[in-house]
Design a protein around this ligand. Structure first.
Ligand code: REY
Length: 399
């Protein structure tokens, strides 16, 4: 009875907020925890984190928390520097490497269908693709293949590197070829080394095993079943369909004007990073995944076999675990494509989820600051004093 009343109030509050889209007018939302074992989200803290992200150079920043039916939304700054439209939590954006969780879900569904085995060499499915028959599907999905990340060279210079590929259309084989021009970083399985090449190989596996494009498989296996109406894979189209925030790349030269990077093929990433979505849809996606509604428990357990990355993070298969200052662990992925930083994480049971976005990239201060949204969303008010230090510690974490 009480819970129903509180829930209705929160949802109405959220609708009013998104209609106003002017943070200064937002009525304070009363936070009550609905996910067992978690404190109430710290909405004032969340507002503060987003303000800091804007102060550090993001034109706009926004976050949405879904807590078992209750919705909290906060926005700061603008979506478009021409029109000065306020950023809105309904805006679509480029999710970058959050795509890797979508790609992994498709492959784990194929495992469940006995069409793929995690411990089989990639070369069994794609003969001659990789220079080492010891590289398995599991190594690829856990970033333990040792395949060099071709984006390191591609974006060594951020603006010219981006402009050189903004309109380019790559084949998967071309991207793997770029990686193979460089020495491998480790023997198969020997170490974690984050590399987009792994998820290009993953996309090739999807297309080889199903005979369909990754777009078709994402749509049929994830977007449509979960009714993700804001979620798209449009490669090689360059636009974001419908209402979206623009994305602004921060140049390497201090003080130089931000570059509108919204329009691009994202062909350099494809199955490693080209999905478009919204905060609502990413929260729905991770809630469904962690709640066991996308892949069977056995496959989710494979996704959650953790390899430590550093003192607070670990990587499974296409999924990251972060342990926050309050001891709570959250599960999801980060994303960085030109113009967009994303954090999309959920509680272990999927009942509380957070998506936070800043519409700039190549700005470590903004990335580190935005990590504080996780503290606000999952640690509650008592974490506020620790938040600054925790966020700063994580700002150089690989995506
Ligand atoms: C690509 C470069 C980073 C981003 C990347 N993104 O691997 C994947 C991810 C898809 O993790 C670019 N950085 C930026 C530079 C650095 O240009 N010189 O920050 O926009 O999401």
């Amino acid at each position: 009875m009480v819970a129903t009343t509180v829930g209705r109030g929160l949802v109405l509050g959220a609708v009013a907020l998104s209609l106003l889209a002017v943070p200064a007018q937002a009525a304070p939302q009363q936070a009550r925890p609905r996910t067992a074992g978690l404190p109430a989200p710290d909405t004032a803290g969340l507002r503060g984190v987003l303000s800091s992200a804007v102060a550090k150079g993001a034109p706009g920043a926004m976050a949405r928390i879904d807590d078992d039916g209750a919705v909290y939304q906060e926005v700061r700054g603008i979506a478009d520097s021409d029109t000065l439209r306020a950023i809105d939590t309904a805006d679509r954006f480029r999710v970058g490497s959050v795509t890797k969780s979508f790609t992994t879900v498709v492959l784990l569904q194929l495992v469940d269908e006995h069409r793929l085995s995690l411990d089989t060499p990639v070369n069994r499915y794609l003969p001659g693709l990789l220079p080492d028959d010891g590289i398995t599907v599991r190594h690829v999905l856990g970033h333990r293949s040792g395949l060099h990340d071709y984006t390191d060279d591609m974006f060594a210079e951020s603006v010219s590197g981006f402009e050189a590929v903004r309109d380019k259309v790559f084949t998967y084989r071309q991207l793997v070829g770029l990686s193979l021009q460089r020495p491998r970083t480790n023997a198969p399985g020997a170490a974690y080394a984050y590399s987009n090449t792994n998820f290009v190989v993953a996309g090739m596996l999807i297309e080889e095993l199903t005979g369909h494009t990754v777009r078709t498989e994402y749509e049929n296996r994830i977007f449509k079943p979960l009714k993700l109406e804001d979620t798209f894979y449009v490669h090689p189209d360059t636009g974001i369909p419908g209402r979206h925030t623009k994305g602004y790349l921060t140049p390497d030269t201090a003080g130089a004007a931000l570059v509108d990077a919204t329009r691009q093929t994202v062909s350099w990433a494809q199955s490693a990073g080209a999905v478009i979505s919204s905060a609502h849809d990413l929260n729905t996606f991770y809630s469904a995944l962690l709640g066991g509604r996308l892949i069977p428990a056995a496959q989710l357990a494979e996704m959650e076999r953790w390899i430590p990355v550093d003192s607070t993070t670990a990587y499974g298969l296409g999924l990251r675990r972060r342990t926050l200052s309050c001891g709570v662990s959250v599960y999801g992925h980060t994303g960085a494509v030109q113009g967009y930083y994303t954090y999309a994480f959920a509680s272990k049971d999927g009942r509380r989820s957070l998506t936070a976005v800043a519409n700039t990239s190549n700005n470590a201060d903004v990335l580190g600051t935005l990590a504080g949204t996780l503290e606000s969303a999952f640690c509650g008010e008592r974490a506020s004093v620790r938040r600054g230090a925790a966020a700063a510690r994580r700002s150089d974490e690989p995506l």
